[in-house]
Write a protein that binds this ligand. Structure first.
Ligand code: SF4
Length: 694
């Protein structure tokens, strides 16, 4: 700090990386951020932070940022810098031309989980009001859409049940398909602290994460199941709970639909679902499954935390429902220390889902077919809304390849890099006549764009992010937008160019509109956020100061609903050509595809993504530590360096996906969750062999 001088002011804002949502004080001199100090008053982080968040401001001023709008006629043409007016006018007239030529439903939009709630709300409003259809989707499609579906079915709302503080009262912590010490570091530390204090720990993960075994921490059970068998494992745990008389019958009778419970109990009690019946198949000893089930059901307050290792499967939604069943059966829901908690990956993936970014739901998870809900928005927006769900991202791309979908507005999202089956995404984008990309950097998707609108970082705007515990945190402007507009202002300009009289002068007015239209946000306002610091939804007349713990006296849907969870094996099979299963994850210092973290000074990209291989599989193929390895699947191939480790089991390989050259999605299949189309990123049959390099 001394090197750059003393700060002149400080601004409290929220980290724009992961779903923990840490609060920081940005210390600023002029327009320069000197440092970010973890804010002690932040209710998600209580003054803690991780290595990413402290230096997140670095990418805001990186030379790679694109600060001028650009257009081009064809994607083979060079970009031409233009004024904002010309870029917006060009995008609007192209969208209208396409709709005139191909129909109202031939265009759509994608919201960003990195942008604010207010910005996300505006993009879905633009699509619904301005484009006149429901073709809006979010990157949650490729991560937590099964959470939305599964928890919605069982409990009636699509969000985690607890606040982070609740973990302090947990006696048994179950972590399924998540690696919080790397992906959600500040919360991961709290979890570790609680375990050091004596809480018992069950980890269900194909890989030995740091939680399983690290200094001072050792899991009571590590159920290292074969990738793709979550539902079989969870149903076997349920089998033990039901057949050994461990059900909390009082809770179930009072709080859940009894008939549905009986049906479920009969199903899970079947011998075919016992640990002994499935142990060999999923690769976990039956006695470990029984031990873990008994511990969760009888060990006191049992809290489940899960991540993308649960959702990114062909049965992602089924797994979420299986987890919801376990919590209800044991009465581990509706008080502190228990619950079902999806660990959201991106800073505002919870918010982007809350704000109506799905093609079938208006803000607040209300189905588009509901006449009364539509009427609220129709009256306010002065248009008739389509009552049919629109297209999901994969459907938009399919329709583009088929020639019926021709234009898209993508805000803060790199679908070419983050969505499955890269070749198909590229084909879809290439087939469109107007692709508008709004981002900080020229991302991979922008290679197929006709209009590029500069994005704004979290440092350059006011707004709110909603973290994994439903906490609405304020984002405060630290510096003026480097490219003239904050993202919400650019969307507003586009709406105006399409003929709509949007006149927001501050994001607080957008929040007022959200509150006026969305019952779970009814009492949320910037005034309340200033007063309280942050607030967890639902926040309305029934809960004027928000809701740290959900489902206290009853579920949002009334009675909780048990749902049968039949295990159906993925169509992605191993065989002689592809004998290994590839699964993926993250490391602490990088965030997603690294677009931001690679552009901050502290995080030196000293290493590439590595392929973890069990010593047995490596030796068998003549692969040594550090060798280049070709990874081939039915979909494609990529090349990585080998890391020989027994963190993975024989038959399983693992990599991270932070480096653009890794191209993990070239290898992954196009299988997806049956209910939501969330891609099956976590299971890909591969072969590996020594290589000379990429
Ligand atoms: Fe907190 Fe996550 Fe940001 Fe780290 S990356 S500071 S844990 S919000």
């Amino acid at each position: 700090v001394l090197e750059h001088g003393m700060p002149e002011r400080s601004v409290v804002t929220t980290c724009a990386y992961c779903g923990v949502g840490c609060s920081f004080k940005a210390e600023v001199k002029g327009d320069e951020v000197l440092r970010m100090v973890p804010y002690k008053g932040g209710e998600a982080n209580h003054g803690h932070s991780c290595v990413k968040g402290r230096f997140a401001y670095g990418y805001a001023t990186h030379r790679d940022r694109i600060l001028k709008p650009m257009i081009r006629e064809r994607i083979s043409d060079p970009w031409r810098e233009v004024s904002w007016e010309e870029a917006i006018s060009h995008a609007a007239s192209e969208f209208r031309r396409i709709q005139y030529q191909y129909g109202r439903a031939s265009i759509g939009g994608i919201t960003s989980s990195r942008c604010t709630n207010e910005e996300t709300y505006l993009v879905q409003k633009l699509v619904r009001q301005g484009f006149g259809n429901n073709n809006v989707d979010t990157c949650a499609r490729v991560c937590h859409s099964p959470t939305g579906y599964g928890l919605g079915q069982a409990y009636g709302t699509s969000a985690g049940t607890q606040d982070f503080d609740s973990v302090e009262e947990s006696d048994v912590i179950v972590v399924i398909g998540a690696n919080p010490t790397d992906a959600h570091p500040v919360f991961g530390s709290r979890m570790k602290k609680r375990i050091r204090e004596g809480a018992r720990l069950i980890v269900i993960d194909p890989r030995r994460t740091d939680l399983v075994k690290s200094p001072h921490i050792r899991a009571d059970y590590h159920l290292a199941l074969r990738p793709g068998t979550n539902v079989a494992m969870l149903t076997a745990i349920a089998h033990v709970i039901v057949t050994e008389g461990l059900v909390n019958e009082q809770f179930v009778r009072e709080r859940c639909e009894w008939d549905a419970f009986q049906d479920w109990a009969e199903f899970v009690a079947d011998e075919a679902n016992s640990p002994e019946a499935i142990a060999d198949y999923i690769g976990v000893p039956a006695e470990d499954i029984r031990g873990a089930a008994r511990l969760y059901a009888t060990g006191g307050n049992g809290a489940i935390y899960y991540g993308l290792g649960v959702t990114e499967h062909s049965q992602g939604s089924t797994s979420v429902m299986a987890i919801a069943n376990l919590a209800m059966a044991t009465g581990n829901i509706g008080r502190r220390g228990v619950g079902v908690n999806p660990l959201r990956g991106q800073n505002n993936v919870q918010g982007s889902c809350d704000m109506g970014s799905f093609p079938h739901e208006l803000p607040g998870y209300r189905h588009i077919s509901g006449d009364a809900t539509r009427a609220i928005f129709e009256e306010l927006w002065g248009v008739k809304l389509d009552n049919e769900p629109g297209l999901r991202i994969p459907n938009m791309l399919d329709a583009a390849v088929d020639g019926t979908f021709k234009g898209i507005y993508v805000q803060g999202e790199d679908i070419l890099q983050s969505d499955p089956d890269t070749h198909h995404v590229a084909a879809g984008l290439a087939a469109m006549e107007c692709v508008v990309v709004q981002d900080l950097f020229l991302n991979e998707t922008a290679n197929y764009a006709h209009v590029f609108l500069p994005g704004s970082t979290f440092m350059e705007k006011d707004g709110t992010f909603t973290n994994a515990e439903r906490r609405i945190n304020r984002v405060r402007k630290v510096m003026e937008p480097k490219a003239r507009y904050a993202d919400w202002e650019a969307t507003q300009e586009l709406a105006r160019a399409l003929g709509f009289d949007w006149n927001y002068t501050h994001p607080s007015q957008i929040m007022d509109e959200i509150a006026a239209t969305t019952p779970s946000f009814a009492n949320v306002s910037y005034e309340l956020l200033e007063k309280m610091g942050s607030v967890q939804w639902p926040c309305n007349d029934s809960a004027p100061e928000g809701t740290p713990i959900m489902h206290l006296d009853g579920f949002v849907r009334g009675k909780g609903k048990f749902i049968r969870t039949e295990y159906v094996a993925t169509d992605e099979k191993t065989g002689p050509r592809f004998p290994l299963l590839l699964t993926t994850g993250r490391i602490l210092s990088q965030y997603n595809v690294g677009a931001q973290t690679r552009r901050t000074d502290n995080v030196v990209w000293h290493d590439e993504d590595r392929l973890e291989i069990h010593p047995h599989d490596a030796e068998h193929r003549g692969i040594r530590n550090g060798d280049w390895v070709r990874v081939a699947s039915r979909a494609g191939e990529t090349t990585l360096r080998a890391l020989i480790t027994d963190r993975v089991s024989p038959g399983v390989v693992y990599t991270t996906f932070h480096h653009p050259l890794t191209q993990a999605n070239v290898v992954t299949t196009d299988y997806s969750d049956w209910a939501t189309n969330c891609p099956e990123y976590k299971v890909t049959a591969v072969q590996i062999m020594p290589s000379n390099g990429p």
